[in-house]
Design a protein around this ligand. Sequence first.
Ligand code: GLV
Length: 341
Amino acid sequence: MKMAKQKVWVSRPLFPEVLARLAEYFEVEAEAHEGKRTPAQLKAKLADVDAAVVGLSERVNAAVLEGNQRLKIVANLGVGYNNLDLDALSRAGILASNTPDVLNESVADYAWALMLAAARRMGAAERWLRAGQWQGSATRFDDWLGVDVHGKTLGILGMGRIGQAIARRAAGFNMRVIYHNRSRLPESIEREYRASLVDKASLLSQADHLILVLPYTPENHYALGAAELAQMKPSAVLVNVARGGIVDDAALAVALREGRLGAAALDVFEGEPAVHPDLLGLENALLSPHIASASEDTRRAMAHLAADNVIAALGHGARAGQPPTALNPAVMAAWSSRTRA
Ligand code: GLV
């Protein structure tokens, strides 16, 4: 008798070649559109498959896993996995994976792009030009003045692998790098990046440009709230490529409007895809729709890595049984003695 194929659900459109790889082993159901599902819809989808490839909008928690007897792995398309309740997944014996490392350089590029663009007012200038306001003569010599990036102090909050990729780029701009992190970098790396560890208050008060790259956790909620924003230089540029909820967007909008902060460039928002309406009206806020990792090469690499995890976790391919970036690999030890194995 022919064994039924294991089934994989992909919650969003994915590159055809990645779906084709999955289809070599599995029955694949891939959604044709990005879409928000209710918890009940998500629960029903997850109940019916052996693996799910999901993104940030799928909140996989104890409630949606309740009673699930089939699911073995949830592969997250992203390095940040605050959409997954890892404890609940582990308790249910379900593996989770993310996509670390393959996106470090692209996210670092994008953080720099945001910093440079916000510092030099590129969003506002482009809107002005497209609105047909560049008329009559050259722009005023004393108008459109931004702040420099080269030679300034770059602050980095969260010095993981992406933070380090951002710091490495600063040498070419002759910047001083200061960072705040739970642990100190090895001295050789600090020397290479010309980076020094400082306390959070010094980071806030000394940075000309501050880039946030820390994971979202309950402790990091509003790591940049009104009190922290008030400690920054009034000319400073704040860049968030981490997660919504790390910055208090309402407090940020007030600081930007009152000129207590120079500019902000944000790729992530509290409650995205909704954006705080006060930010939308500010010329000194540069806004983008959570695309820091979205280069052609990197998004493909992330999708392949998610597929690698699914294929290996479900016992196929050269790495069968060894998913490369599992977050809770210990759950696999119990699989052979459980019905879900
Ligand atoms: C994107 O936000 C990611 O975590 O990879």
